[in-house]
Design a protein around this ligand. Structure first.
Ligand SMILES: Cc1cc2nc3c(=O)[nH]c(=O)nc-3n(C[C@H](O)[C@H](O)[C@H](O)COP(=O)(O)OP(=O)(O)OC[C@H]3O[C@@H](n4cnc5c(N)ncnc54)[C@H](O)[C@@H]3O)c2cc1C
Length: 385
C-alpha cells in the first residue's frame, strides 16, 4: 500500500491511543522499549522527513513541518519519553533536509545518503551536548582526527574523542550526530556516528559514563558517554556550522515545543475528566487556578501555532518565533502543571499520579537546545535584528 500523510497520521494515532491505556506502566519506566520504536518505524514515522522523491513524505517546510510536529505532539500525549526521543530523529535529519545547496555536490551526495538511511528505517539521534558548554554546540572540546576507515556514508571519515552527555535515545538510535573540532582546525563541525549495536564498554569507541537518571523524561536513556576514537563521518557542507543550525533552527525548536504541548494537552484533558463531576464544588481559589491553567494551555497552543504558521508562511522571522514559542511554552507548561496539581490535590505528589510525572517531564523543554541561558542570549540578539 502506498503511504500517504493521512495513513501515517492514522497509524501514529492508533499507536498513541493504544499506549494511553498503558500510561501508569509507561510512566514508571526507566528505559526505552525497542518494540515502541519498531512500531513507529513500521508506521512510516522515520520517513516523514525523507523527501518525496526518495520515497518519503516530506514535500517542503511550508506543507510538511506541521505534519511532523503534530505527529510528535500526538506521541507525547501518550508517552513523553518516546515523544521526545522520536522528536530527535526529524530534529537531526533537518540539518541536511533544510539546508540544500546545489552548488556543493559533496553535500548533496551526503544529503541523499542521510535521507536513504532514514528511508531504510534507521533512526537518528544526537549526543552533542558537553558538560560545561551551556548547550552551545560551538563550545565543544571534543576533537576529531581524519582516518581512512571505511565510511558509513558519503563524506570524510574521522574518529571523534570527547565527553558527551544527554544522548536521548541511546541504545535505540542507529546513528547519532555530535560535534568536535577537526585536528588542525579552529572551528567545530558535526559528525555522524554509527551507534547501532556498538558496545558501551570502551571496546568500540563508546563508554557509558553515566546512565540517565532524569527525574523527568525518565525513560529517554539520555546517557552520558565518553567517545574515544568513535568512528564518524564529517558534515560535507562547506561554510559555517551556524548556517546549518540556523537553517534547521525553527523546525528543531518547534519539534521540542510540540513534545511539551502534547504533554500539556493530555494533562489538561485528564484533569478536565477528573474535575468535571465536581466542578461545582471547587473552592474559589481552585476555580481560579483551574481557569488559569486552561488559559495558559490555550496560550501555549497559540504560541506553538504561531511558530508553525511562520514556518508555513516562509517568514524570515521563523527562528525568532520558534524560540519565543519555545520559551513561552516552557514557562506556561510548568505553571499549568503546578496549577493543575493545586486544584486536583496532594495526590498529584504521588508517583502513582500521572501529574507527578508530567510536572517533571514538561520541565525538559527549557533545558532542551537552546537551553534557558543560551535561548535568551539568542532571543535578545534577534530582538534587535
Ligand atoms: C531531557 C533532556 C534531554 C536532552 N536530550 C539531548 C540530546 O538528545 N542530545 C543532546 O545533545 N543534548 C540533549 N539535552 C541537553 C540540552 O540540549 C542542553 O545541552 C543541556 O540541557 C545543557 O545543560 P546546561 O545548561 O546544564 O549546561 P552546562 O554546560 O552544564 O551549563 C551549566 C550552566 O553554566 C552555564 N555555562 C556553561 N558554560 C558556559 C560558558 N562557557 N559561558 C557562560 N556560561 C556557561 C550555562 O548557561 C548553564 O547555566 C537534553 C536535555 C534534557 C534536559
Amino acid at each position: 500500500m502506498t503511504q500517504t500523510v493521512a495513513s501515517l497520521r492514522e497509524g501514529v494515532q492508533s499507536i498513541a491511543e493504544a499506549w494511553k491505556f498503558q500510561r501508569s506502566e509507561r510512566q514508571a519506566r526507566r528505559g526505552l522499549e525497542r518494540a515502541d520504536f519498531d512500531a513507529l518505524r513500521d508506521a512510516g514515522f522515520l520517513r516523514a522527513v525523507v523527501p518525496e522523491d526518495m520515497g518519503g513524505l516530506w514535500h517542503d517546510t511550508a506543507s510538511s513541518a506541521r505534519t511532523v510536529c503534530e505527529l510528535v505532539r500526538m506521541l507525547a500525549t501518550a508517552d513523553s519519553a518516546v515523544g521526545l526521543v522520536s522528536a530527535m530523529h526529524p530534529a537531526v535529519v533537518a540539518f541536511w533536509l533544510l539546508n540544500p545547496d546545489s552548488s556543493q555536490p559533496a553535500w548533496e551526495e551526503q544529503r541523499r545518503a542521510v535521507f536513504a538511511s532514514a528511508a531504510e528505517g534507521e533512526q537518528w539521534g544526537t549526543i552533542t551536548s558537553e558538560p560545561g558548554s551551556g548547550g552551545d554546540i560551538g563550545r565543544t572540546r571534543a576533537t576529531a582526527t581524519p582516518t581512512n576507515d571505511v565510511s558509513l556514508m558519503a563524506g570524510r571519515s574521522y574518529v571523534v574523542t570527547g565527553d558527551k552527555h544527554f544522548g536521548s535515545g541511546s541504545g535505540i538510535a542507529d546513528r547519532m550526530i555530535t560535534t568536535a573540532i577537526p585536528e588542525g582546525e579552529g572551528e567545530p563541525t558535526i559528525f555522524a556516528i554509527d551507534v547501532r549495536d556498538r558496545r558501551w564498554d570502551g571496546t568500540a569507541g563508546l563508554t557509558l559514563i553515566a546512565e540517565w537518571d532524569g527525574i523527568g523524561m525518565a525513560a529517554t536513556q539520555s546517557h552520558a558517554m565518553r567517545l574515544d576514537r568513535a568512528p564518524g563521518v564529517r558534515l560535507a557542507r562547506q561554510g559555517l556550522l551556524s548556517d546549518v543550525t540556523a537553517g534547521a533552527g525553527a523546525f528543531v525548536a518547534t519539534l521540542f515545543t510540540a513534545v511539551i504541548v502534547g504533554v500539556l494537552d493530555e494533562a489538561v484533558a485528564v484533569a478536565k475528566q477528573q474535575l468535571r463531576s465536581k466542578a461545582a464544588d471547587l473552592r474559589a481559589y481552585e476555580q481560579v487556578e483551574w481557569t488559569r491553567a486552561v488559559n495558559d494551555h490555550w496560550l501555549a497552543v497559540q504560541a506553538y501555532e504561531g511558530s508553525l504558521r511562520t514556518m508555513e508562511a516562509g517568514d524570515p522571522t521563523a527562528l525568532f518565533a520558534a524560540l519565543c514559542a519555545k520559551e513561552a511554552v516552557a514557562e506556561l507548561a510548568e505553571a499549568t502543571l503546578g496549577r493543575l496539581a493545586r486544584v486536583i490535590g496532594g495526590g498529584t505528589f504521588s508517583r502513582r499520579s500521572p501529574f507527578a510525572h508530567w510536572y517533571e517531564d514538561v520541565r525538559a523543554l527549557g533545558f532542551l537546545r537552546p537551553p534557558w541561558g543560551l535561548a535568551y542570549d539568542n532571543l535578545f540578539a534577534l530582538s534587535f535584528a
